[in-house]
Design a protein around this ligand. Structure first.
Ligand code: ATP
Ligand code: MG
Length: 365
């Protein structure tokens, strides 16, 4: 999968611009506030996902303009595609593939997929479990549509249960519905757990190997899926998971009724990351944090490749800062068989074999 060319009209600080990318590593370089991240954001939007940093579509449209357009020529599934995404200040957007309008921009993901690393992803290591759960969920939703359905159903049932618990202060009769909701949470929860455990079993060794390479074998990263305490082995069969999860929910029911909130379940799952046996969240340095977040993203890309036979486009925003020269060389030099677009402020002269794209003031030089 690769992007051959990208065109922007009234997008952020770009009035009208075309840029060509090569297969392999593309380094987008320039000083601060010139338009490097804006370029990555435009590519990312063509995957049908929402921008990771814009609260509203109107923020994407150049100041003083009403409409913006991003389009690209993409090579995917052994074919050429022309993708086009337009959006207005009013928040409307429309997407096309090869001139045919899509029902929803989200369907662009069938043609273009990206793995993005942005500075916000450092929260994968430092932030609350929710960040790591979202990483798992996003990766699994892309790989397995059945997982996405199961997750949506689980969230709906969980909202229902939360609402019953809240209302039960005034309507205690509603508590009679709880066992039924817990039963659904057990079935759906065990399904999510099975997918997550399988994914993590594949992710962990790949991630460890990549981290060892980044750190030149000096440190060892381990990744482990952590779910509710009553489940002794998340890799167990579905029936065992359901039984253990059911016991777990039952053991929390009294406390949930007392506090009027859902306390435990797979919606609290986490990924535990340790470097040389110490929790990254508490002990990792800046460079280690960045390297471990990168290893997770590179591993996600690798698993996607194993699943589909194609590497998603890798977008790395501001990844090189805080990495020493050895780790930087690994990131830029170790990208076998896929396309990467990497933004950086530094002098790129020492990275050979990459295409350099210089950006200044919303223009490609
Ligand atoms: P840094 O190295 O600091 O991360 P960058 O090159 O990645 O810089 P961008 O985030 O791409 O910078 O932003 C470039 C410029 O685009 C900024 O000055 C920003 O204010 C401007 N900008 C953002 N949104 C819009 C918009 N809707 N219209 C016009 N300009 C915008
Ligand atoms: Mg930037």
């Amino acid at each position: 999968m690769r992007i051959d060319s990208l065109r922007l009209v009234n997008f952020r600080n770009y009035a009208q611009q075309e840029v060509c990318f090569s297969d392999g590593v593309n380094l987008v370089c320039g000083e601060n506030a010139q338009g490097k991240t804006n370029l990555l954001e435009a590519v990312f939007l063509l995957t049908g996902s929402r921008s990771w940093r814009a609260a509203r579509k109107s923020e994407l449209v150049s100041f003083g303009q009403q409409q913006a357009m991003v389009s690209a020529d993409v090579f995917s599934r052994s074919r050429e595609f022309a993708l086009r995404l337009g959006f207005s200040c009013g928040g409307r957007s429309s997407a096309q593939v090869n001139g045919v309008r899509l029902k929803s921009p989200g369907l662009l993901s069938e043609t273009l997929r990206c793995v993005l690393f942005s500075p916000e992803d450092l929260q994968l290591l430092r932030g609350a479990p929710e960040k790591r759960r979202r990483f798992l969920d996003t990766a699994l939703c892309q790989l397995r549509p059945r997982y996405a359905q199961c997750l949506a159903q689980y969230q709906k049932v969980l909202e229902g249960k939360t609402s019953i618990l809240r209302k039960s202060a005034e309507r205690p009769d509603m508590l009679a519905l709880l066992p039924e909701f817990d039963e659904r949470l057990v079935t759906l929860g065990a399904c999510l757990m099975e997918y997550r455990a399988r994914f993590c079993a594949l992710l962990a060794p790949v991630c460890s190997d990549i981290y060892s390479d980044i750190a030149s074998g000096r440190e060892h990263l381990t990744v482990r899926y952590q779910t509710v305490s009553s489940v002794s082995d998340p890799g167990a069969d579905r029936k065992t998971l359901e039984r253990e999860l059911s016991e777990h929910l039952a053991s929390h029911r009294q406390a949930e009724m007392r506090l009027l909130q859902c306390l435990s379940g797979v919606h609290k799952d986490d990924l535990v990351l340790e470097i040389d046996g110490r929790a990254c969240r508490a002990f990792a340095s800046q460079g280690q944090t960045r390297s471990a977040a990168l290893a997770l993203k590179f591993a996600e890309r690798e698993l996607f490749f194993r699943d589909s036979g194609e590497y998603p486009v890798l977008l790395l925003d501001d990844v090189l800062s805080e990495l020493d020269a050895r780790r930087q060389a690994y990131v830029v030099g170790h990208m076998p068989g896929g396309q990467a677009i990497i933004t950086c402020c530094e002098d790129t002269g020492r990275f050979s074999g990459c295409r350099c794209i210089a950006v200044a003031g919303g223009r490609i030089l």
